[in-house]
Ligand binder design. Structure first.
Ligand code: AMP
Length: 303
């Protein structure tokens, strides 16, 4: 299959049995297909992705399947959420493998537009969420969330979904999207699914494939450190600085890990907590060789 000027050709993949998965890069076509599904009384679920699909994405698709009669997966490496010098050009794009995974997980439609289809002219209209986009990843990726909120708004408008599925792995993204949907009265529900991890605890990510064998061995230290933080809080620690120090000490066991942030924040406002109360989001970002890795854990101490 090959792309045409405005995205991937519309194709129909005939599956064993009666189901068919359709693939298109055209906005007009996806609109028509979702309108037909809606007219047939089906709820529309959207799983927005940048492709390079893995078991984490599959868990979102499975959740969408359970909840919605019609499941759309978007595959789009969105240029507007990458900053200068980031990995937009190198981002993996294994299109055929992505289609196979979608097919195996019972997706109805794959929407894989080109950049020209999504941004046919200079984009002058942006959706920005203030405040909560300035913490955590927003500090080192200044226009990232503006790109995410803009492309998600476009995808929600194009697909007309009832529910959109996101992964807790990108905790800040979930908070930002939920807030945007609430503030702008967008007529859909946001459902957040748990982070899927490798057996050694590393959060599954498309970017893990940038890691060398040694870096891959070292990477689970991030989750080890988060678990140490959780243990301290569950044992009664209420001082975020002490928890942060311990997490940092664990992460420092891998000298190659360049820590970008270790933050203990309120799970909704993303403001630093002064004292750990009921629920706290521990979020970390670090570079390991060519990969920027993020992970988080929510600790609800029940206090
Ligand atoms: P991406 O393709 O990386 O933009 O991710 C698309 C969606 O999949 C986002 O909502 C991510 O949070 C979610 N996702 C990515 N990795 C995981 C994972 N390991 N577990 C659960 N969801 C994930």
């Amino acid at each position: 299959m090959s792309p045409n000027a405005s995205g991937w050709r519309s194709v129909e993949i005939v599956l064993k049995g009666a189901r068919r998965m359709r693939v298109t890069g055209k906005i007009a076509e996806i609109r028509q297909w979702t309108a037909e599904a809606r007219a047939a009384g089906k709820g529309i679920g959207l799983v927005p992705t940048m492709g390079a699909l893995h078991v984490g994405h599959a868990s979102l698709i499975d959740a969408a399947r359970r909840r919605c009669g019609f499941v759309v997966v978007s595959l789009f490496v969105n240029p507007t959420q990458f900053g200068p010098g980031e990995d937009f050009d190198n981002y993996p794009r294994p299109f055929e493998r992505d289609l196979a995974l979608c097919e195996q997980h019972g997706v109805d439609v794959v929407f894989a537009p080109s950049a020209a289809e999504m941004y046919p002219r200079e984009n002058l209209s942006w959706v920005t969420v203030s405040g909560i986009t300035e913490h955590l990843c927003g500090r080192s990726r200044p226009n990232h969330f503006r790109g995410v909120t803009t492309v998600c708004t476009k995808l929600f408008n194009i697909v007309g979904c009832d529910v959109a599925f996101f992964g807790q792995k990108d905790a800040q993204q979930c908070v930002v999207i939920r807030r945007m949907v609430a503030d702008l009265n967008m007529p859909l529900e946001i459902l957040v699914c748990p982070t899927v991890r490798e057996a050694d605890g590393l959060a599954v990510s498309s970017r893990n494939q940038y890691l060398s064998a040694q870096q891959r061995k070292d990477a689970p230290i991030i989750y080890e450190a988060l678990k140490k933080g959780r243990e301290m809080i569950e044992a009664g620690e209420t001082d975020p600085a002490r928890v942060r120090e311990r997490i940092e000490a664990v992460m420092r066991r891998v000298p190659a890990l360049q820590i970008e942030y270790i933050s203990l924040v309120d799970p909704e406002t993303l403001e630093d907590v002064k004292r750990i109360g009921r629920a706290v989001l521990i979020a970390v970002a670090a570079r390991l060789g060519p990969a920027r890795l993020i992970d988080n854990i929510v600790v609800d101490s029940g206090r």
